[in-house]
Design a protein around this ligand. Sequence first.
Ligand code: ADP
Ligand code: MG
Length: 297
Amino acid sequence: ATMPPLLAAIANAGRHGVLVKSAVVMEQLGTTTRVAFDKTGTLTRGVPHLAEIRAVPGYTDQQVLAAAAAVEHPSEHPLAAAVVRAARDRGIPVRPVDWFSAQPGRGVSARLDAELVQVGAPTALLPSCATGPDFAAARAAAEQLADSGQTAVVVLVEHHPVGVLGITDQLRPDARGAVAAVADLTGQLPVLLTGDNPHAARRLADQVGIPDVHAGLLPEGKVTAVQKLERAGERVAIVGDGINDAPALAAAHAGIAMGGAGSDLTLQTADAVVVRDELTAVPAVIALSRRARRVVS
Ligand code: ADP
Ligand code: MG
């Protein structure tokens, strides 16, 4: 007996390393008109590297990194892993914290030696600091790092900036090819949605050939961006790693998760999961759906 075309397509998608959750999803993927990519962990490998430490005068690089690593240790964010790895590589002990909280798209906070330590996006954290020379030094360092295309992460102790970390991430080797294949299939270039700063976002978008960039988005901002495209008549497939983009994956016509780094929650929310570490699986599965739909109708 021959397999129904949509089930055959699901089996085929599996061979491409994509787990498609149902026949309905398999059918809908082919109607996608616009693809949105998340940046960190999606277009990039999601294995960022600490490149620079800019301590505020009066603090040492070691102090800044030790505080940041302790607070990042419980976090599952790829940036957190980079900070913890950098501390270990330098032989800095990663101390336990008393209490921990993550603010998706913003950063993390915890208590270390009874002091509140916050690590995260300068735009989210610096406005809560008192102005003064240390504030000015941190803001200048964050701007310089962002201008050079790095992700700047500020470290605060008791709402006082002590330093800024510059973090870089590598483009996935097949990101450019996946963007081109998506454009071929849908007739439109994909968009980039990211919580990162506009400089880092623009630089990466230029490397992969995406003109349309929405940066500095919180998880809700990613949802709004998807909804706006859909109100304009697009059927959006969003590809994310699920760290901070789970709500957008749920809101879109189709949510595709990169399986490697994603949380369990994402794997539940997503309509399809890329279990092999290949971004070109995304255009491949859209093409498979189209072929199956032609057979069905
Ligand atoms: P993206 O959209 O590129 O995947 P995220 O939405 O995950 O990025 O994060 C957006 C920004 O929030 C980061 O660039 C960083 O400034 C900040 N941030 C989020 N989580 C953390 C964390 N654990 N440590 C430091 N910064 C963080
Ligand atoms: Mg991400």
